[in-house]
Design a protein around this ligand. Structure first.
Ligand SMILES: Nc1ncnc2c1ncn2[C@@H]1O[C@H](COP(=O)(O)OP(=O)(O)OP(=O)(O)O)[C@@H](O)[C@H]1O
Length: 341
């Protein structure tokens, strides 16, 4: 919550950098703050002559109160009022489909960790992601509990639409709206009220192009993006614009996207990433993997040094396949010795 004491000590530049939406307040009230960045609100108010205020029919004595009210309403609207940051997510053991207790006790996952969830089809991988999304409190079929920063999380995480704990990236992302890529990201940026909107939009497109094989730009209609390009756009958007500290991914499809770069991008933004996958490369990219059997977490395996070596071999194979794909797409013929290239 913003108080008068805090606000009065801050210079206008500091206020704007911490609460960018305040700029709209000044603009809406026709208050010119250009060149006043180094002034406190008090100093800013003092610069106006009485006749100016009279001319504008403005009561500056109310400015502080109104601004504080506006800021607190905005913070609540943006869901940042009670934001405390998420440093860890803890999964407390529940039970499998037969009612047998899970034996792992608890699993603590920290910021910037990538955790894979592996197991046969229908074993309960998506269920685990759903438990996290719902911040389960022994109230789902698995009877698991979820803690945030070691504590039972505030119910706001379940119901807040503006400050979601979890961002979900699903396999099928098809756009049906008639917007360009630029307009689409701009809409999202506006709803997040980010500062320097154009810069953020450009950064997202750049990141998305870095992830996707085929390039696109701000003018490309979202409906004409390929599956890989759409996924790349959503991942870049989630990494850069979403405030959700936890990202849940139900498998990133192989085609059309550099998955290693995608995970790096998300983790670079200090998110906790959990990914349900059948893919060995993705599973080994994770720090740990949760093995699900009959609806229960049967093992938690830390990726070993030996497995990391296997991962670099796998990555070489993946890159051979990527190059082959690009060659074939580009109409080239394939050389026999590609494996040693
Ligand atoms: N511990 C559990 N107790 C009761 N039901 C469970 C449990 N775990 C999973 N289930 C249920 O089992 C079904 C299959 O689980 P889920 O869809 O999570 O499997 P999955 O591993 O994601 O499968 P796929 O690989 O095909 O996507 C779901 O209906 C889910 O709710």
């Amino acid at each position: 919550m913003v108080t008068r004491e805090i606000l009065m000590q801050m210079k206008i530049d500091e206020i704007l950098s911490k609460y960018p939406f305040v700029l709209t307040y000044f603009e809406n009230n026709k208050l010119d703050i250009s060149g006043s960045g180094k002034k406190t609100l008090m100093e800013y108010k003092k610069q106006f002559e009485d006749y100016e205020l009279e001319e504008w029919a403005m009561d500056l004595s109310k400015l502080d109160e109104e601004l504080i009210l506006y800021m607190n309403q905005m913070l609540e609207f943006l869901g940042e009022e009670k934001e405390q940051g998420v440093d860890s997510l803890t999964i407390l053991a529940g039970q499998d489909k037969s009612g047998n207790e899970e034996t792992f006790g608890e699993l603590k996952i920290e910021k910037s960790d990538i955790i894979a969830i592996v197991g046969p089809t229908g074993s309960g991988k998506s269920r685990l992601l759903a438990d996290i999304e719902w911040t389960a409190q022994r109230d789902t079929p698995t009877k698991r509990g979820i803690l945030i920063n070691g504590e039972v999380p505030d119910k706001k995480w379940r119901f807040s639409s503006s400050n979601k704990l979890v961002a979900q990236l699903s396999q099928n992302m098809n756009f049906v709206i008639d917007l360009t890529v630029g307009e689409f990201i701009e809409l999202h940026a506006k709803s997040r009220m980010v500062e320097r909107e154009a810069e953020v939009v450009a950064r997202i497109v750049e990141a998305a192009n870095y992830l996707a094989g085929e390039k696109f730009n701000l003018e490309t209609p979202v409906t004409s993006l390929s599956g890989g390009q759409s996924r790349a756009l959503m991942i870049a958007d989630t990494a850069i614009l979403s405030t959700s500290p936890i990202v849940l991914i139900d498998e990133i499809e192989n085609a059309g996207i550099d998955r290693k770069k995608a995970l790096k991008l998300l983790v670079g933004e200090e998110k906790i990433v959990l990914i349900a996958t059948h893919d060995p490369t993705l599973a080994l990219m994770a720090k740990k993997r949760i093995v699900i059997k009959n609806g229960g977490i049967s093992k938690i395996i830390e990726t070993s040094e030996n497995e990391k070596d296997v991962l670099s071999e796998l990555e070489k194979m993946d890159s051979i396949i990527q190059n082959l794909r690009a060659d074939l797409r580009g109409g080239n013929t394939v050389k026999g010795d590609f494996y040693n290239a």
